[in-house]
Design a protein around this ligand. Structure first.
Ligand code: GLP
Length: 262
């Protein structure tokens, strides 16, 4: 893992945007894996800002796969992750909506939805860069504690804590769906580069467990320790629980200028 403790959320957003842009400059038909949640939003806004300023590469050939999706919300509901990613990023970058795939929560197809999504990712040639956040309980995508470390896309039931955390996007707790489709931890491990972004003190303990704790299904994000190319961008709050924070800062300050992230 390349752990990069930065000062502010804006620094995290800028570096995350640099990493996405440099991939798209190198690989115009890149395949992006996109997380929702509040953590990546500043990076998405920065990408959109650069694009509208005319200073960004073309995203016309980019294809995207969202990380997860709620089950039970009507198609087009503003809190579906598909709709969210259109509004927060892909529309602004001019990526056609048909080039954005997401797990299909249509009820009749649920038993096969996971395998269909895995097949779609495979037929796109795999994900080049997967952006992820982290839940306060260490969940990755919607892989809650106890999830198989080699899982693939499937239906999961949310914990009460995650539903409470996500109530802020709905009117009340009862409106937050109980079930979701999510890329598995094994799916995320197959992405060629994983970019974890976390900001704020509320993430400090989950980040410390994921980065410096034992590899364990009890902290699903710890599976990223197995990934050969994982970059972790943190602000001061999210890095607050790291025992080796000073070392990560020294490593980052000494990073050779020729060396890419991921
Ligand atoms: C949600 C999403 C995850 C996200 C996590 C943290 O449950 N499924 O992909 O990483 O919550 O969200 P936030 O970034 O809003 O804290």
């Amino acid at each position: 893992m390349e752990v990069v403790p930065l000062d502010t959320g804006e620094d995290v957003a800028r570096l995350a945007a640099d990493i996405v842009e440099s991939l798209v400059r190198r690989t115009p038909a890149a395949v992006l894996g996109l997380a929702t949640g509040s953590s990546p939003v500043p990076a998405y806004r920065e990408l959109a800002r650069r694009h509208s300023a005319g200073a960004a590469p073309s995203y016309d050939a980019v294809r995207c796969f969202t990380l997860d999706e709620y089950i039970g919300l009507p198609v087009g509901h503003p809190q579906t992750y598909r709709e969210t990613i259109f509004c927060e990023l892909t529309d602004a970058l001019g990526i056609a909506r048909e080039q954005v795939a997401s797990p299909d929560p249509e009820p009749a197809g649920l038993p096969q939805a996971g395998e269909r999504y895995e097949a779609a990712i495979r037929s796109a040639g795999g994900i080049d860069l997967q952006v992820v956040g982290i839940g306060t309980d260490g969940h990755l995508a919607f892989n809650e504690p106890g999830s198989s470390l080699s899982s693939s896309t499937r239906l999961k039931t949310l914990t009460e804590q995650t539903r409470r955390d996500n109530t802020r996007f709905f009117d009340k707790l009862d409106d937050v769906p109980r079930h979701v489709l999510t890329q598995g931890l094994g799916t995320i491990l197959q992405a060629r580069h994983v970019l974890l972004v976390a900001t704020g003190q509320t993430k400090a303990s989950a980040v410390a467990s994921a980065v410096e704790g034992a590899l364990s299904a009890s902290c699903p994000a710890s599976v990223l320790q197995l990934h050969p190319r994982c970059t972790v961008l943190l602000d001061t709050g999210a890095a607050a629980g790291l025992a080796r924070a000073d070392h990560y800062r020294e490593v980052h300050a000494a990073k050779p200028s020729w060396q890419a992230y991921g």
